[in-house]
Design a binder for this molecule. Structure first.
Ligand SMILES: Cc1ncc(COP(=O)(O)O)c(C=O)c1O
Length: 396
């Protein structure tokens, strides 16, 4: 009998979709993927060379549970350089992806019955991670009309004596929202006064547009820093999703607890990938900027194309590589045996009829929406948008 804990997990909504996409591809059908949650760029050569060097130099053994000293030192340098934040290696943990850092953080601070606030739309894994710790997710819906900006007043109303943490994500997957300093400061002060942690997932920190930049929550004030666990990683900024290196920085005692937990569950993150990640963090600025500019071009292109479709209103996202659009205006319409009554119907229809893959907003607690990733070439985006426009036109 499977444990209650795992039985209660909501299976990934995107898994069934991935299965359908894989089947179409197997039949030789050219499906354009707007469902992709990772950069379509290759990891830069200088990083790959460092991994090769790592294998030859014998970086093939366990490292300390919280990561190699050299990488943790590099992470401290990164926070100093990017945000003028002082951390020592005791305040840093390296994990198998940001995902593991997030799980470690929740495992370290949440007791059964503790409440964890999550602004939505959000990444669905957050909710399952919280539930696995015995914590209670408290979902608070952000407003589409503000571009899903952080509504701190709404959050304030949901704080109770059981609130242990809030989990925020900026730049945001799936909305592309980027939270500004004033909102984060207001939230940070609430965390200080009400004594709860902020877990700040800043994994898309380098992918921000229109001249804006990431406000690292921990950098706002000393007291906010003491309440903040910042989660980040090399996956999105350096096109290294498969290398599985993420990290977290925060109060020493929390990081120590995360490290104790990680030591028993994972021993240590991948050693050669840690070695190569030092190169990513210290010597890849040019690559990051080129990738960011390319994403920016695609962002403007896709938003322009989507807004050309009569009933679609697509807000220009400020960060990451996703756009969200509402599809409820198509409810009640049908074509070729498909009836659209919810976002999943729309995903199925677009996949079967237009051969494009998008993700249902249900995967992110986003009502009546679909998420479109622009991690694809301009040529593919153009072709995909042509197909989408035609597919939507046929719905009557
Ligand atoms: C918001 C968010 N956080 C964390 C992650 C996971 O990052 P990693 O690949 O480093 O585990 C993702 C990946 O999709 C993400 O979208």
């Amino acid at each position: 009998m499977i444990s209650k804990r795992v039985q209660e997990m909501v299976p990934s909504v995107t898994l069934a979709q991935s299965e359908k996409i894989a089947q179409l591809k197997k039949q030789g059908i050219n499906v354009i993927g707007f469902n992709i949650g990772e950069p379509d760029f290759n990891t830069p050569d200088n990083i790959i060379k460092k991994a090769e060097e790592a294998y030859r130099l014998g970086y093939t053994k366990y490292t300390p549970a919280s990561g190699s000293i050299e990488l943790r030192e590099e992470i401290c340098r990164k926070f100093k350089k990017d945000y003028n934040l002082d951390y020592t290696i005791k305040d840093v943990i390296v994990s198998a992806g940001a995902k593991q850092s997030l799980t470690n953080a929740l495992m370290a601070i949440i007791n059964p019955g503790d409440e964890v606030i999550v602004p939505t739309p959000c990444w669905i894994s957050y909710i399952e991670m919280i539930k696995l710790t015995g914590g209670i997710p408290v979902l608070i819906e952000m407003d589409e009309n503000t571009g899903y900006d952080l509504d701190v007043d709404k959050i304030k109303d949901k704080i109770t004596n059981k609130t242990k943490a809030i989990l925020i994500n900026s730049p945001n997957n799936p909305t592309g929202a980027v939270y500004k300093r004033d909102r984060l400061e207001k939230l940070g002060n609430l965390a200080v006064v009400n004594n709860f942690y902020i877990i700040s997932d800043e994994i898309y920190e380098k992918l921000i547009y229109d001249g804006e930049s990431n406000c690292c929550t921990a950098s706002i004030s000393r007291s906010i820093k003491e309440k903040t666990i910042t989660v980040n990683g090399v996956s999105k900024s350096y096109a290294m999703t498969g290398w599985r290196i993420g990290y977290a920085v925060g109060p020493t005692h929390v990081i120590k607890a995360m490290s104790d937990y990680q030591g028993h569950t994972t021993t240590s993150p991948n050693s050669p990938a840690q070695y190569a990640s030092i190169e990513a963090l210290s010597n890849s600025e040019k690559f990051v900027e080129e990738m960011r500019r390319e994403f920016d071009k695609r962002r403007k292109f896709i938003v322009e194309r989507l807004n050309r479709i009569e009933v679609i209103n697509c807000v220009m996202p400020k960060g990451a590589f996703y756009v969200m659009i509402k599809v409820n205006k198509f409810y009640g319409k049908s074509y070729n045996g498909f009836s659209i009554n919810n976002p999943m119907d729309m995903c199925d229809y677009l996949l079967s009829e237009s051969k494009i893959a998008v993700v249902t907003g249900d995967a992110f607690f986003a009502k009546d929406s679909i998420r479109i990733s622009y991690s694809n070439s301009i040529e593919n985006i153009r072709e995909g948008m042509d197909r989408m426009e035609e597919g939507l036109r046929k719905l009557k």
